[in-house]
Structure formats: C-alpha cells, structure tokens
Design a protein around this ligand. Structure first.
Ligand SMILES: CC(C)(COP(=O)(O)OP(=O)(O)OC[C@H]1O[C@@H](n2cnc3c(N)ncnc32)[C@H](O)[C@@H]1OP(=O)(O)O)[C@@H](O)C(=O)NCCC(=O)NCCS
Length: 208
C-alpha cells in the first residue's frame, strides 16, 4: 500500500498546502506540528513534536512536504527530513499556470492563481503564493517566498531565503540578494543587498 504524504506544519500555510496536495489527488496522512498545534488541520490529524518524523519514517512513510511559512525554519526542517530519507514533494495548485519551459525544484508550493512564465527557475523549497506572477527568465532562490499578488517582471533574480510581502512589484532585471525582505506593497526599482529590508514606493532601505 502506498503511504500518504506527511505534511510538516499545522498552521495557516499548512492548511492551504494540505488542500493543494489533495487537489492534486494525493492523500495527506498526517500533519506534524509543535506541542501547541491544534489537534486537526483541515481534517488531517496533527501529531505533535518533530520526533514523529522519525517514527513515521520507520513505519514506511517516505513522502513529505514542509508547509511552514518561515523561510529559515522551512529550510532547516526540510534538511532534517531529507537526512531521514524522506522525499520532498511539490504542492502545486491545478489552478496555477506554469510554463512548460519553467524549471521547478523540490519541496516547492505554488498556490492557486500563480503564474510562472517561460524559462523561469524556481529553486527548492520556494513558495509562489496565491496570485503571484513570476515572469520569463526569473530566478527564485532556495526557500524564498513570493507572497500573494506579488508580481515580478522578466529577468528578476531573488536570492535564497528572501521574502517579498503581499502585493510587491519588481521591475525587469532587478537582483534581490539573499535573506532580503521587501515589505508589503513595495515597488522595487533598484537592486537590493543581501539581508536588507526595504519598504515603500519606490522601495527604500530601512534595515541593512
Ligand atoms: C516590512 C516588514 C517586514 C517590516 O516589519 P518590521 O521589521 O517589524 O518593521 P516595523 O513594523 O518596525 O516598521 C519599520 C518602519 O517601516 C514602515 N513600514 C513597515 N512595513 C511597511 C510597508 N510594508 N510599507 C511601507 N512602510 C512600512 C513602518 O511604518 C515603520 O516606519 P517608521 O519607522 O517611520 O515608523 C513588515 O511591515 C511587512 O510589510 N511585512 C509583510 C507581511 C506580508 O506581506 N506577509 C504575507 C504573508 S503570506
């Protein structure tokens, strides 16, 4: 018998990802949450504590999706799970539009209404959230998060672990470094350094 998918996380992002996986025709067996997690996550039983990852692996579960919004925590728990022998699944909405020439990594989430255009590259563990658009030749780094309704024009590069808040716009060819943050609604018209936080229209740096 094929085991269902184990979802790590039991919060709001996990709710969406569980339903994405189900919309793909997958069965989600369990969510694995923290000690304070609710008992159920959109109808899926929640096991509390990361120790459950090892015990589920031992009884044959091998497919896993990390549904945690924090980029750094998502990357860390994915590394733990792959070390335990889990395969990272993708959760891709049937209502997303993805170019056949786009390249997708492992463990990524693409929500409903998202569009990924020609020859874009989405690295492992990235989130392309609801209604976000990633245009041609963009490169989205590992465990980056493009929040709902954010739009990237062509040839934009987003570094690993960076976060673009809800409703951002980025003009063509911009390079955003690693672990950078763009505040909700920001319009990015110049390159952004690693680790910087920028906000506003046009975006200005508030933290280096
Ligand atoms: C950018 C952000 C991360 C900053 O958070 P923070 O480090 O806690 O910063 P603060 O709230 O202390 O704000 C610092 C300053 O930036 C301003 N600021 C914060 N976010 C801003 C935004 N999105 N646009 C414009 N100005 C913003 C604040 O008004 C404040 O200005 P002041 O110093 O003149 O008072 C946060 O405000 C934000 O926009 N998060 C996006 C959340 C989101 O989209 N989540 C989607 C989940 S799917």
């Amino acid at each position: 018998m094929r085991h269902g998918i184990v979802v790590v996380g039991a919060g709001g992002h996990a709710k969406v990802c569980v339903e994405l996986l189900q919309a793909m025709g997958e069965k989600v067996a369990y969510c694995v949450g923290g000690v304070d997690s609710p008992d159920m996550c959109v109808g899926i039983p929640v096991l509390k504590g990361d120790a459950h990852l090892e015990s589920l692996r031992q009884v044959g579960y091998s497919r896993l999706f990390v549904a945690i919004g924090s980029n750094s925590l998502r990357a860390r728990l994915s590394a733990v799970a792959t070390d335990q022998g889990y395969q990272l699944m993708n959760a891709i909405s049937p209502h997303a539009v993805i170019s056949p020439s786009a390249r997708l990594g492992a463990g990524i989430a693409v929500m409903a209404g998202a569009i990924i255009n020609a020859e874009a590259e989405i690295d492992d563990l990235a989130i392309i959230n609801t209604g976000a658009t990633v245009d041609h030749d963009c490169k989205i780094g590992k465990a980056a998060h493009i929040a709902p309704q954010t739009s990237l024009a062509g040839n934009v590069t987003i570094g690993a672990l960076s976060f673009l808040g809800v409703g951002c716009k980025v003009i063509p060819g911009i390079q955003i470094g690693e672990q950078a943050t763009v505040g909700a609604g920001g319009v990015v018209i110049s390159n952004i350094c690693d680790g910087a936080t920028v906000v506003g229209v046009p975006a200005r740096t508030i933290k280096q």
